[in-house]
Design a protein around this ligand. Structure first.
Ligand code: MOS
Length: 744
């Protein structure tokens, strides 16, 4: 019925990408952005807190090719913009106050990149330095309850039942603290912006997860109307949340371009991306689980502390406890969130924000509970399976977690797992098997789309979304091809332009759930137009029949009861003397979330080896089983799963941003020193999709899979390391010294 949806269609943009034909933000040439393209380089603070008392710009200005140096003193006045959802972090150069190491304090523009870099290095800054709290540990006494939380969906603290009473009286108790470090997104493509003015309008070529969000933020910060801002993002080389909000450098590029009257390109260096575009903040999570002697949970407590910036920059809370509210059946639950402000940049969303860190803690504690009960960890999950969402008090629109557990366990061979840790060996290595649950909410926003159908039998979809590298071009092409019964090659999808119908940002795994129904609705509206046209055609073979008698097969309008009677889509247009038809339609959430809880789920199974002398952990085998509604493309979908699990392996074993306590400076701001998995670290990951038919989430039954697959990975690996060694590490990443139990 839906022949192209679900098929493992190759990426429609694959050839462009492997041939270098795909253009990323920094690659738009002067022939596109305008002649006279010049380069901007940022100057960043070298102290963590204080005030700039003066700049010496003489040496920089004297260099050839330098066109402008913007500082807090020289910038033209800007509207007074407060941090908000549209403006995550206040645009810099507003005042002389320094709130963190690496804050943008000047922008140098020159005719070549090298000259701009040279001049930026010669800007001398004088500071009145103030003492700065640069680590979460040192700032704990400043912890406060966040004012804005989870987009206002709920307060930071929630509870049901009587946690204290139930925990106190529980037969078995787990009471532990888990720590996750700062992590940076490290997308392959750097953050980059080209800004080009034409009169009072600016075009912004930007590496962004949201062309609509960039348009809004740039307009707000510059005090102009959104229609005066066009944002272009044809291709994005990964974002993982760091490109979800529009950071100050984007606005600064637009300001610089206006100052010099030429198009300006501003590309962040890899090192600058450790202070300029958010990060996953460090968390300290206190988890308490109480159970009766049969392993039934009676109390769940999750108290999360998350590191934050100076609140003047905005507010971001890592929502670590949200999943603990609903993942298991339990009558007594208490969740709290506090943020710890320090002299650091504003944190932000990073792949599976909240769940990645929070489920690590919860699922580690669940493993500890299984050990205390001497039962299998999967058995413990099944004994506490939530048939309904206990937090929202609603049924799930669909939940196939039980299938994820059983199919994943079967493929892994989980039933052969010995209960006692330290019993599996291979040569001189210890082996361990671990598992954890994954969950992520179904998110969806309002989206509009336009579909054009041409007399040559082709179609074009336009939607103001963007493909962050995950396959959006491909799956939306499949949706439109399906609706019109065209081959995918006859459909072209155009994304990444704020002039296209508005769509939400690519965050919260919502892109396909939001945009695919809109694309389908627009294609179906074209379909209706074609039917109307052919019925209005006195010479058509469908004379005397109604719309309900007509189907679309292989690019033809076909009589259902007489399939040989058909007319090609292009011929309908030709006979009407029309070169092209178009239709715009939209899709948005209704009140379904008031009646149903909507989540995707999964189960993670892993085998690790641990070198007992070196403490090195290797991932040997991985099985992930996931239920996320309908999967529109089995190939790009599987790639999402592999990517998410790989991201989780990095979180478990390698990733950690290190900050020098004295200066607040990141000491490992390079891909050489910020460790991430490479191919040699990743086994052949086996994935299973449990297909769900969920008509409640949206017209296509899509829940989204961008973040789900990384949730629980770190816990599964930490649990496997415990199973191998009998040593519980509650502090990520699982570096060798921790696995060996050494204190460094
Ligand atoms: Mo994702 S962290 O919501 O881009």
């Amino acid at each position: 019925m839906l022949p192209r949806i679900g098929q493992p269609l190759d990426r429609v943009d694959g050839r462009l990408k492997v041939t270098g034909g795909a253009r990323y933000a920094a690659e738009f040439p002067p022939s596109t952005v305008g002649a006279g393209l010049v380069h901007a380089v940022l100057v960043q603070s070298t102290i963590a807190r204080g005030t700039i008392t003066g700049f010496d710009l003489g040496a920089a200005k004297a260099l050839p090719g330098v066109l402008a140096i913007l500082t807090p003193d020289s910038t033209m006045p800007l509207p007074d913009v407060k941090p908000s959802s549209a403006v995550a972090s206040i645009p810099m150069l507003r005042d002389r106050k320094v709130r963190y190491q690496g804050q943008h304090i000047a922008v140098v523009v020159a005719d070549t990149l090298e000259r701009a870099q040279d001049a930026a290095s010669r800007v001398v800054v004088h500071y009145a330095t103030e003492p700065a709290v640069t680590t979460m540990e040192d700032g704990l006494k400043g912890a406060y309850k966040p004012h804005s939380f989870a987009n206002g969906r709920q307060p930071p603290d929630t509870s049901r039942g009587d946690f204290d009473g139930a925990f106190t009286g529980a037969a078995i108790k787990i009471d532990e603290t888990y720590v996750t470090p700062i992590e940076h997104h490290n997308a392959m493509e750097p953050h980059a912006t080209i800004a080009a003015w034409n009169g009072d309008r600016v075009t912004v070529y930007n590496a962004t997860q949201s062309v609509s969000g960039t348009q809004q933020t740039v307009a707000t910060c510059l005090g102009i109307a959104p229609r005066q801002v066009q944002v272009v993002a044809d291709f994005i080389g990964g974002g993982f949340g760091s490109k979800g909000v529009t950071w100050p450098h984007v606005v600064l590029a637009a300001i610089a371009a206006r100052e010099v009257g030429r198009p300006v390109k501003l590309v962040l260096t890899r090192a600058q991306m450790y202070s300029s575009n958010g990060y996953r903040p460090k968390t300290i999570q206190h988890v308490r689980l109480g159970a009766d002697a049969t392993g039934q949970l009676v109390a769940i407590g999750h108290d999360g502390l998350a590191q934050m910036s100076d609140p003047e920059l905005g507010e971001f809370t890592e929502t670590v406890g949200i999943a603990s509210q609903m993942l298991y059946a339990c009558p007594n639950v208490s969740v709290t969130h506090r943020v710890v402000p320090i002299a650091a940049p504003l944190p932000t969303f990073m792949r599976a924000p909240g769940e990645a860190s929070g489920v690590y803690a919860l699922e580690s504690a669940m493993d500890e509970l299984a050990v205390a009960l001497k039962i299998d960890p999967l058995d413990l999950r099944l004994r506490n399976y939530a048939e309904t969402d206990g937090h929202e008090g609603k049924p799930f629109s669909s939940k196939s977690l039980r299938d994820c557990y059983t199919k994943g366990a079967a493929l892994f061979g989980w039933d052969k797992r010995p209960l006692t840790p330290g019993t599996l060996r291979s040569g001189d290595k210890l082996l361990g098997w671990g598992m954890a649950t994954a969950t992520y909410p179904m998110n969806r926003g309002q989206a509009e789309a336009t579909v054009h159908v041409f007399a040559n039998g082709s179609a074009v979809l336009r939607i103001g979304s963007q493909d962050i590298g995950t396959g959006t071009y491909t799956v939306l092409t499949q949706v439109v091809a399906d609706a019109l019964s065209l081959p995918p090659a006859a459909v072209r999808t155009e994304l990444g332009d704020s002039r296209f119908p508005k769509a939400p940002g690519s965050g919260g795994s919502q892109t396909v759930a939001s945009c695919a129904p809109a694309a389908q609705a627009a294609a179906q509206a074209c379909r209706q137009k074609l039917i109307d046209m052919t019925l209005a055609d006195g010479q058509s073979p469908f004379q005397g029949r109604g719309a309900e008698a007509i189907d679309f097969i292989d690019g033809n309008l076909v009589l259902k009861d007489q399939p040989t009677t058909r007319i090609a889509i292009g011929d309908v247009l030709k006979r009407a003397g029309t070169e092209r038809i178009e239709a715009t339609a939209g899709s948005r959430p209704g009140d379904e979330k008031q009646h149903y809880s909507m989540h995707s789920f999964g189960a993670q199974f892993v085998e690790v080896s641990v070198d007992p002398e070196l403490g090195e952990v290797r991932v040997l085998r991985y099985v992930g089983a996931f239920a996320a509604g309908r999967i529109l493309n089995a190939k790009t979908g599987r790639s999402q799963l592999i990517g998410g699990i790989t991201y989780g392996i990095g979180m478990a074993l390698l990733e950690e941003t290190l900050v020098d306590r004295k200066t607040g400076r990141v000491t490992n701001p390079t891909l050489a020193e910020y460790l991430m998995p490479v191919h040699a670290d990743i086994p052949d990951i086996q994935t299973i999709f449990i297909e769900e038919d969920d008509a409640l989430v949206n017209a296509l039954g899509v829940k989204g899979i961008g973040e789900l697959p990384m949730v629980g990975v770190a816990a599964a690996i930490a649990n496997a390391v415990y199973h191998a060694t009998g040593r519980r590490v509650r502090d990520l990443p699982l570096r060798p010294e921790k696995v060996l139990g050494l204190t460094i």
